[in-house]
Design a protein. Structure first.
Length: 364
């Protein structure tokens, strides 16, 4: 018996000569040869990712809507139609990030997709906060998740689907999904590219994977997934945020719903206090850094701004831009920044934390 968990696509990874690593207790492919080539393939064509290690949790019952309005910082009341989705933080009472997740409105209630590393913590938190709510919390451990992303992804996917389902997929807007039998197909993802995510029964995953490869979609490992999400300015739990970090310091302000003043949610009083502290310059912000000269911005590296020290939360080489980029937590009022490169203090540009979307540079 393997010591680590394996997804229903493990044999496909082995067949395609994926380099298998331990990722949070799962045997997962870091790459299938060249991480940069995989990255570029997603930006230029279409790539397929196994993200079945993520945790799928269904929330149903008479009070499911009000329960999620209490447990999440974003407001599921925005999901007024089946198929809609939103991104949210789940906070503790200190207003810090327990996890970030996507919640889908489905026919039977709501479906949450959370991080694999936080699985036990998330399930425990969700269950222990059900008091007073008539809800059911059910982990869907027999569902796989496959992401197909890139400019050619929708076209490729439609070749695999029935005429009716292909028409349905073409009509989906960003952060919308549709149920096709026991499949959930959604326009969500983690790359900053056009694409779909399929949440499907384990037994259907190998066939979808193999048929996609036959159409010329390339398998993509976790390494390229990370550089793609960094270029898109998307957070990684454990780096951009965790249980000690406010969402206000993780570029998540837009995912906090204050619209209904009478709605109480876990962490709201603390967040209001965080906002005042940030205005006073006592809580940092997450920004993007750009080093267009030779050198590398690395995760965990300290930076020095004109307002004090900061820290790179995620950094590395951008295959699309051909230079180094980073996400960094820095003092609110910072206008200039330096980082040590090969022992020399080197200026870097501060930009909004979003570098590439749909294959194009987006910062000034």
């Amino acid at each position: 018996m393997p010591l680590n968990k394996r997804t229903p696509l493990y044999q496909q990874h082995v067949n395609h000569e994926g380099k298998i690593i331990d990722f949070c207790g799962w045997d997962m492919p870091i790459n299938y040869g060249s991480q940069i080539e995989e990255h570029n393939f997603v930006r230029e064509s279409a790539g397929i990712f196994d993200v079945s290690h993520m945790t799928v949790i269904d929330v149903s019952g008479e009070d499911a809507r009000e329960y999620l309005r209490y447990i999440l910082a974003n407001d599921v009341a925005k999901l007024d139609k089946v198929g809609q989705a939103l991104y949210s933080a789940m906070l503790n009472h200190d207003g810090h990030v327990l996890d970030d997740l996507i919640v889908y409105r489905i026919k039977s209630g709501y479906r949450l997709v959370t991080n694999c590393a936080t699985r036990q913590k998330d399930l425990r938190w969700l269950i222990q906060n059900t008091d007073g709510f008539r809800v059911s919390i059910q982990e869907k451990s027999r569902l796989a998740i496959i992401a197909i992303h890139g400019p050619e992804s929708i076209t490729k996917c439609c070749e695999l689907l029935s005429t009716e389902n292909a028409r349905m997929v073409r009509e989906l807007k960003y952060f919308q999904g549709a149920e096709a039998g026991n499949w959930l197909i959604a326009r969500t993802g983690y790359t900053g590219e056009l694409g779909l995510e399929f949440i499907i029964p384990d037994e259907d995953a190998p066939r979808l994977w193999d048929q996609s490869i036959e159409l010329g979609v390339t398998p993509i490992g976790l390494g390229a997934r990370d550089t793609l999400r960094l270029e898109a300015g998307m957070n990684l739990y454990g780096q951009e945020m965790d249980e000690s970090i406010s969402p206000l310091s993780a570029n998540m302000e837009k995912t906090i719903a204050y619209e209904h003043p009478n709605r109480e949610f876990i962490g709201k009083p603390a967040l209001i206090a965080h906002s005042e502290l940030q205005k006073a310059g006592k809580i940092p912000v997450l920004k993007g850094l750009v080093l267009e000269k030779r050198g590398m911005l690395r995760t965990g590296q300290k930076v020095l701004t004109d307002s004090g020290e900061g820290l790179i939360t995620s950094g590395g080489f951008s295959p699309t831009l051909k230079h180094s980029i980073a996400l960094a937590r820095i003092p609110v009022s910072s206008s200039s920044c330096e980082v040590e490169v090969r022992g020399i203090s080197t200026p870097v540009r501060i930009v909004e934390p979003n570098f590439v979307r749909f294959g194009k540079r987006v910062f000034e």
